[in-house]
Design a protein around this ligand. Structure first.
Ligand SMILES: NC(=O)CC[C@H](N)C(=O)O
Length: 381
C-alpha cells in the first residue's frame, strides 16, 4: 500500500491487517464474521442481530450503490464496523441521499477498505469468529500491542444478552405510513390478524412482511411477559431475530414463550426467535465455528425435499440432537446439516433459523408468512 494506512484490524491471535479507514474514527472491539451477500450491505449493517460484530464482506464491490432510508432495517447501523476489499466508489444511485462513507461517519461506525478479505475470511474459518479491535485513525498512529490486548480482552458473544440493548423501549404499532415501501409492500390493505411481535432486535422488513399478509402488528419489548402478551388478545405471536447468545437472552424470554405455547396460539419465530422457541420446547443451542452469514445458503424442506436459497445471519444454532419428541426438524442446511427449522407436531407453532423476509436475499421462503396467516385463519375455526 503506497499511502500511509489509516485503519488497523488486530485479531486476538496477533494477526494484523492494515488498510484505509473511512466513516467514524476510533476503535471498535467486537467479534468478526464474514458475510457472502452480494447486495444489501445497508440492510446488513442496520440489522440489529449484528450488534457486537464487525462484518467482513466477501463481495468486493461494497458501497457502489448508495444509501436510502427505505432500506434501513432499523434507524442506524448496528454492526460495530465493516471491512471491505475495495474502497467504496462514487455510488451509482441514491447519490443525493448518502454515500456509504458519509453515512458511517454520521452514524459513528468504522469502515476499513483495502483489505485482502479472502485471507481474512480464511482466518475467520480457521480461528472461528475471532475477537478483534478495529481502529481508524486519520493520522495512522496505532498502538498495535494495545489493540491486540483489547481484542484479547473482549469476552465474546457467548453468554452475552444483547437483545435487551437493541429492543424497543416502548411498545408500538407497525406504522404503515412510516415504513411501508412506496410500491405498497408492508401496507395493511385489509388487516385481518392481530399479531404481537416480540422485538429482540427486529428487522423492519419482517414487520413489513407480516403486515403484507394481513397482520396488524403490535411490537412489545424483549422482556414482555406472557401476561402482557395475553392482555392484547392476539391471533398470533411472532418472535423476532436479534443479537447475542440465545441462551443468555432466553433467560427471560423462554419462560414467556413456553407459557404462550401452552395457550395453543399460533407462534412463528425467525432466527433468535427460532432459537428461543426451540429452547422453550426443551432443546439447547450451541455456538458455531464461524456461523452462517449470507444471502445464498441452501436449505432443504424435509416435507417435500424442496430446496430454498435463503438469507442467513446467525452465529449460534439449535442442536437438533436435543430436540425432544414431538418437535419435528422441518428444515436443514445443505451446507453443514445444521438445524434450520422446527415445528411442534400437529400444532401451529413453528420457526426457522434463516430469514424468509429476505433482506437482503431471495424470496424462496416468503411462503412462511402466508403459512403463519393461514395458521391464524385456521385457529379462528
Ligand atoms: N439473526 C439472528 O436472529 C441471530 C440470532 C443469534 N444472535 C445468533 O447469532 O445466532
Amino acid at each position: 500500500m503506497a499511502q500511509t494506512p489509516t485503519a488497523c484490524l488486530a485479531l486476538a491471535d496477533g494477526t494484523i491487517f492494515m488498510g484505509r479507514g473511512f466513516g467514524a474514527t476510533g476503535t471498535a472491539v467486537a467479534e468478526l464474521c464474514f458475510n457472502t451477500a452480494m447486495t444489501g450491505y445497508q440492510e446488513i449493517m442496520t440489522d440489529p442481530s449484528y450488534a457486537g460484530q464487525v462484518v467482513t464482506f466477501t463481495f468486493p464491490h461494497i458501497g457502489n450503490t448508495g444509501i436510502t432510508p427505505e432500506d434501513d432495517e432499523t434507524s442506524d447501523p448496528v454492526a460495530a464496523g465493516m471491512v471491505v476489499k475495495w474502497d467504496p466508489t462514487e455510488p451509482s444511485n441514491w447519490r443525493a441521499t448518502r454515500d456509504l462513507e458519509s453515512w458511517l461517519a454520521a452514524r459513528g461506525r468504522i469502515g476499513m477498505g483495502g483489505v485482502d478479505t479472502r485471507r481474512l475470511t480464511r482466518a475467520i474459518r480457521q480461528q472461528g469468529a475471532p475477537h478483534v479491535a478495529l481502529c481508524h485513525d486519520p493520522e495512522g498512529k496505532f498502538d498495535i500491542e494495545d489493540l491486540v490486548a483489547r481484542a484479547r480482552a473482549f469476552r465474546g458473544l457467548e453468554g452475552m444478552d444483547l437483545a435487551k440493548e437493541v429492543t424497543t423501549a416502548q411498545s408500538y404499532r407497525w406504522d404503515e405510513t412510516k415504513w411501508s415501501w412506496p410500491d405498497g409492500y408492508g401496507r395493511q390493505t385489509a388487516p385481518k390478524y392481530k399479531v404481537v411481535a416480540i422485538d429482540y432486535g427486529a428487522k423492519r422488513n419482517i414487520l413489513r412482511s407480516l403486515a403484507h399478509v394481513g397482520c396488524d402488528v403490535t411490537v412489545l419489548p424483549a422482556t414482555a411477559t406472557a401476561q402482557e402478551i395475553k392482555a392484547l388478545n392476539p391471533d398470533g405471536l411472532f418472535l423476532s431475530n436479534g443479537p447475542g447468545d440465545p441462551a443468555a437472552t432466553g433467560e427471560y424470554a423462554v419462560p414467556a414463550i413456553r407459557e404462550m405455547v401452552e395457550t395453543g396460539l399460533p407462534v412463528f419465530g425467525i432466527c433468535l426467535g427460532h432459537q428461543m422457541l426451540a429452547m422453550a420446547l426443551g432443546a439447547r443451542t450451541v455456538k458455531m465455528n464461524h456461523g452462517h452469514h449470507g444471502a445464498n445458503h441452501p436449505v432443504q424442506r424435509r416435507s417435500d425435499g424442496k430446496v430454498e436459497i435463503t438469507s442467513m445471519n446467525h452465529g449460534f444454532t439449535v442442536d437438533a440432537q436435543t430436540l425432544p419428541a414431538g418437535v419435528e426438524e422441518t428444515h436443514v442446511s445443505l451446507f453443514d446439516g445444521s438445524n434450520c427449522g422446527i415445528r411442534l407436531s400437529g400444532r401451529p407453532v413453528f420457526s426457522v433459523q434463516y430469514h424468509p423476509e429476505a433482506s437482503p436475499g431471495p424470496h424462496d421462503s416468503a411462503y412462511l408468512f402466508d403459512d403463519f396467516a393461514a395458521a391464524m385463519e385456521a385457529a379462528r375455526g
